[in-house]
Every structure is written in structure tokens, then in C-alpha cells.
Unconditional design. Structure first.
Length: 233
């Protein structure tokens, strides 16, 4: 079940992600994608065992579409990483729109693929199927969590100058705690609230910058469905 949503914790999580090294976030995306592909192959083995040509062909067609669109989506995320590295502010809106489109395409294909097995399996095979898709869902959320932080960074690049972003990053690194994994953040509400207050006070002299940051975070926090996504039967 989803834990109670705490906007301060979500704000601190997003601030932390804004300062995460690109090599680490890229690694998260690659590992999440590899985990999805591995489990898709396992799901395909169950589909083949069902021994129905129509179902098998349907599965193969959906898998081909998935792989094609994943390649495009990963390419978009890679181009976003290049923009971060080069501090390139050109065509940010177009890139964000392309990301949203292909993200939705990939999610919808995955849902269709899951529904194939949901409609044909029973008993033990259905349990195996559900276990496979539980792991696929976790890896998908892993990618989406990272890629949503990319969207926050893009929005920040649209609203702040490069030197303002560099200064903000240093402040975040100084005040925001890094030792608590997101899965345990609810256990550290007091520490997160203190970190948020300290950062807020440290940026009080940069009111214009901090207001822009809060606006960006508010936009990111409106998209909590991406962080909460779970493919379900």
C-alpha cells in the first residue's frame, strides 16, 4: 500500500535527485531497463508453453513494439543527460514532450503485454506470471523515478541561469541528507524537515532563485502518479 504522502519528504527527495550525479542516474536507468528485458524474456517463455499460435504471435508483435519504443525512450533520456553535461538549454520543451509521449507508449505496451497472460493463465502459471510482472513494475518505477527527476532538471534549466543552478547544487549537497534510501524516508520525517528548513534559511538571501525552485518542485510533486505507478492485474 502507498504510504502517506508527505510533501516535505517529496520535496527533499526531488532536491536530492536534482543534485545526483548523471553517471549514477544513467546507471539506474540502464539497470532498470535490463531488469525489464530479462523478465519480459521469462514471460515469453511462459507464453510459448501455452502453445497457442495466435497468442504467441500477439506476444511477439507487442514485444517488438516494446523494444522499438524503449530504444527511442532511452535515446531521449541520453540526449537529456548530454544537455545537463553541456548546460544546453535549447529545445527543452520539445524534448520534454517527446519524453512524455514515448514514456506513455512504453507503459501502455507493457500493460497490454501483461493483460495477455492475465487472460490465459490460471493457478500456478498465473502465480508465476504475477511474480514476473511484479519485478517488471519495480524496475519500471525505478526508471520513471529517475526520468522524472530529469524532467525537474529540465524545468530548472528553463527557469535558472547555469551559475544559479551550480550554486543551488552546492547548497543542496551541503544541507540535504543522502544516507536515507527513498524506501525508508517516512522514518526520517524530522530529519528531512530540519534539512528543508536549513536549506530554506540558507537561500533566504537568494529569494528569487528559491521561489523559482519551489515552483519547479511544486510542478514535479503534482506528478506523483509517476512515482506511484504499479502495473496491476
Amino acid at each position: 500500500m502507498e504510504k502517506d504522502f508527505n510533501p516535505v519528504i517529496k520535496a527533499v527527495q526531488n532536491l536530492r535527485k536534482l543534485s545526483t550525479d548523471i553517471t549514477l542516474t544513467h546507471k539506474e536507468i540502464v539497470e532498470g531497463n535490463d531488469g525489464i528485458i530479462k523478465k519480459i524474456d521469462e514471460a515469453g517463455e511462459l507464453i510459448v508453453l501455452f502453445n497457442d499460435c495466435i497468442i504467441i504471435n500477439l506476444w511477439l508483435n507487442e514485444k517488438a513494439k516494446l523494444l522499438e519504443n524503449i530504444i527511442v525512450l532511452l535515446g531521449i533520456l541520453r540526449s537529456i543527460e548530454d544537455k545537463f553535461i553541456n548546460k544546453d538549454r535549447s529545445n527543452l520543451l520539445e524534448i520534454r514532450q517527446a519524453y512524455n509521449h514515448y514514456k506513455d507508449v512504453v507503459i501502455n505496451i507493457l500493460i497490454e503485454m501483461q493483460n495477455v497472460g492475465n487472460s490465459i493463465f490460471t493457478a500456478e502459471n498465473l502465480q508465476k506470471w504475477d511474480s514476473i510482472w511484479e519485478i517488471i513494475s519495480k524496475n519500471l518505477n525505478r526508471i520513471l523515478s529517475t526520468s522524472e527527476s530529469y524532467k525537474l532538471k529540465l524545468t530548472l534549466m528553463e527557469n535558472l541561469e547555469p551559475d544559479e543552478i551550480d550554486a543551488l547544487t552546492l547548497d543542496i549537497l551541503k544541507y540535504i541528507p543522502w544516507s536515507y534510501p527513498d524506501s525508508e524516508d517516512q522514518n526520517y520525517e524530522r530529519q528531512y524537515a530540519e534539512a528543508y528548513d536549513e536549506l530554506n534559511q540558507s537561500l533566504s538571501e537568494k529569494k528569487n532563485v528559491w521561489n523559482k525552485v519551489l515552483s519547479v518542485l511544486a510542478g514535479g510533486m503534482d506528478e506523483t502518479s509517476a512515482h506511484r505507478l504499479s502495473i496491476k492485474r
